[in-house]
Design a protein around this ligand. Structure first.
Ligand SMILES: Cc1cc2nc3c(=O)[nH]c(=O)nc-3n(C[C@H](O)[C@H](O)[C@H](O)COP(=O)(O)OP(=O)(O)OC[C@H]3O[C@@H](n4cnc5c(N)ncnc54)[C@H](O)[C@@H]3O)c2cc1C
Length: 587
């Protein structure tokens, strides 16, 4: 049976904050926009964002977007591209006001202005006293933002394909992207969505690690789709471990808990961050806090019978602050730990949280890849924004509150550039059945049940492998063994066993497709980490403990074909201000 085709001006794959801010821009300009999401839009991971979004509004203490820019460059360990960082920090202020006007119910100060809290790595005056820059709706900021964007999209008549899984992008002979092949999860029916421009906004891939704050849906599908059309992935060695995941479980306790005055203690009851970051203490950058915690535990000063975690204390803040400013955290502690954080400390351990790397883009969210006849070229018709993209504003380490900002600013930038692109390219390109073949053959790999290990078992093996061989601290030997194990695991994915045939349902095949994606992004992470022989931001090599600007001030690129690596320069020149040159990073 022939596969039905639908035509839209723009196709957005992913309905998190990045996708919905792009689609809103396009639908408001009366374009025909399709948004495809494998879950109902308001279940996208953006809904789980707790602490808030950064903008130098200066509602609590003096602030300035130049200071925000400095903090972001320093936080990135000087690997972020400074033109994109300048753009993001400047745009932060109108972006938050735009959200306020769209109806986001921010918490309020007594003055009536938007509530802001302190977050890690924020400073006044280029490295001075702590700044207060994170705009929050209690500890449910992502929920407030995502629901508002969804409602505004409904009003703007965005066309939603809820619970549709994108299998692969469709590419013509010239390398232009023409849309995607998608699958209706409920019925198993296939559909080709043709579009003049396609945006990948599929979020992160935290599911590649065993203990993670990420949802089950965060399997790196968009990143793997980009790899399969020949786009490399950039800076994949930089994966953020959030200091305060609930120990052994992974649920996130927002950095806002420390922003409200909470602090960490070790098994001796000592506030150990005084030794690692004498000035910023518990609000040092996330990579610094996570490493300090693991060091305390490795040196035998952990808490509990196994001495395998540390404690986050909020019990000195008073029940009012804890329950009003951190209601979601109070719920998590009650449900998963059976404690009230206003009375008892919370056991915490660093947990896989956020992908700094992803699909390389320019400031307008256009996907760029190494070109045949130049160092870099735009992939015609393809855009990427949000956690799946690497602009790069986070470099080697992201600051808390900068990801919600990234998805909103660059989601909107994608929308704006797609408008321009469609004006210049008003017609759909010709489609041919032969362009569908790569996507169809991928799907056919799992039309039979397979004889090997189950999807579930292989996935568990992969997640443990990544945690054991590519965690907070890394070295050559451990990672080399990891790469060999991952190659073996990859060879078993084709023959992975789906559920019993009589009960075979789409979800079994979908899990196999997601696993396949996870294996490729896992390989990109491990190989990029093995190649980078220095320690920078979230990437800590025990065998190369210092930052090496001379050899490694460059972005890494992983290419799927033959598991190759390539590199490209960092854009150190901002748009209008002076470059922030690399310095030693102390907090
Ligand atoms: C628990 C938690 C708390 C956080 N708190 C904060 C915070 O306070 N501040 C901050 O700045 N950042 C925070 N972050 C990070 C931030 O929330 C995320 O980086 C950001 O929301 C990602 O948004 P996104 O739009 O890129 O993707 P997501 O919101 O993850 O959306 C991805 C979308 O892609 C769709 N999709 C994926 N694959 C497919 C496919 N194959 N086919 C169809 N659809 C697909 C999904 O259905 C979904 O709609 C937090 C993250 C977590 C996990």
């Amino acid at each position: 049976m022939p596969i039905p085709h639908r035509k839209f001006d723009a196709l957005i794959i992913g309905a998190g904050g990045a996708g919905l801010n792009a689609s809103l821009r396009l639908a408001s300009a009366d374009l025909r926009v399709a948004v495809v999401s494998k879950v109902f839009p308001t279940r996208s991971h953006t809904v789980a964002a707790q602490g808030g979004v950064n903008a130098a509004l200066a509602n609590v203490l003096p602030d300035d977007w130049h200071w925000h820019m400095f903090d972001t460059v320093k936080g990135s360990d000087y690997l972020g591209d400074q033109d994109a960082i300048e753009y993001m920090c400047r745009e932060a202020i109108p972006t938050v006001y735009e959200l306020e006007h769209a109806g986001v119910p921010f918490s309020r100060l007594d003055t009536g202005k938007i509530y802001q809290r302190a977050f890690g790595g924020q400073s006044q005056n280029f490295g001075g006293d702590q700044a207060v820059r994170t705009c929050a709706a209690a500890d449910r900021t992502g929920h407030a933002i995502l629901h508002t964007l969804y409602q505004q999209n409904i009003r703007a008549r965005t066309h939603f394909f809820d619970e549709y899984l994108a299998i692969d992008l469709i590419r013509d002979e010239e390398g232009c992207i023409l849309g995607a092949l998608v699958l209706a999860i409920e019925t198993g029916e296939l559909l080709v969505i043709e579009a003049k421009a396609t945006l990948l906004a599929t979020g992160g891939y935290g599911q590649v690690f065993r203990t993670t704050t990420n949802a089950f849906i965060n399997t790196g599908d968009g990143m793997a789709m980009a790899l399969r059309v020949g786009v490399p992935l950039q800076d994949m060695e930089f994966f953020q471990f959030h200091p305060t995941g609930v120990a052994g479980k992974g649920m996130l306790i927002t950095e806002g808990a420390r922003g409200e005055g909470g602090f960490l203690v070790n098994g001796d009851g000592e506030r150990f961050m005084e030794r690692y970051a004498p000035r910023a203490l518990d609000l040092a950058s996330r990579d610094v806090v996570a490493r300090s915690m693991v060091t305390e535990i490795r040196e035998g000063r952990g808490c509990g019978p196994q001495k395998d975690h540390v404690m986050l204390k909020l019990d000195h803040l008073g029940a009012d602050v804890v329950h009003q400013r951190l209601p979601g955290i109070s719920d998590i502690c009650r449900v998963f730990l059976g404690i009230d954080p206003a009375k008892e400390a919370i056991p915490v351990f660093p947990t896989a949280h956020y992908a700094m790397g992803g699909i390389p883009t320019d400031r307008n969210a256009r996907v760029v890849a190494p070109a045949k006849n130049g160092p870099e070229d735009v992939v015609e018709g393809l855009y990427a924004a949000g956690e799946c993209a690497c602009v790069s504003v986070h470099g080697a380490n992201r600051l808390g509150g900068n990801s919600l900002l990234d998805i909103l600013v660059f989601g909107r930038a994608a929308g704006t550039d797609i408008l321009r692109y469609i004006e210049e390219n008003p017609n759909h390109r010709d489609m041919s059945d032969s362009y569908l073949e790569p996507a169809m053959s991928r799907l056919q790999r799992w039309e039979r049940t397979g004889e090997g290990t189950t999807v579930h078992e292989i996935k568990a093996e992969l997640r443990k492998l990544m945690e054991d061989h590519c965690g907070v601290f890394r070295d050559k030997e451990t990672m080399t063994i990891g790469v060999e194990k991952l190659k073996d695991l990859r060879s078993r994915v084709d023959d992975v066993r789906l559920k019993d045939h009589s009960k075979l349902f789409n979800t079994a095949r979908i899990e196999a497709l997601e696993l396949d994606n996870l294996v490729d992004v896992g390989m990109s992470t491990l190989l990029s980490a093995l190649y980078r022989e220095e320690s920078r931001g979230a990437h800590s090599r025990v065998d190369f403990p210092t930052r090496d600007d001379e050899s490694w001030m460059k972005h890494s690129l992983y290419i799927l074909e033959d598991d190759r690596m390539d590199f490209k320069p960092v854009r150190t020149k901002p748009l209008t201000v002076e470059t922030f040159p690399p310095k030693a990073r102390v907090y």
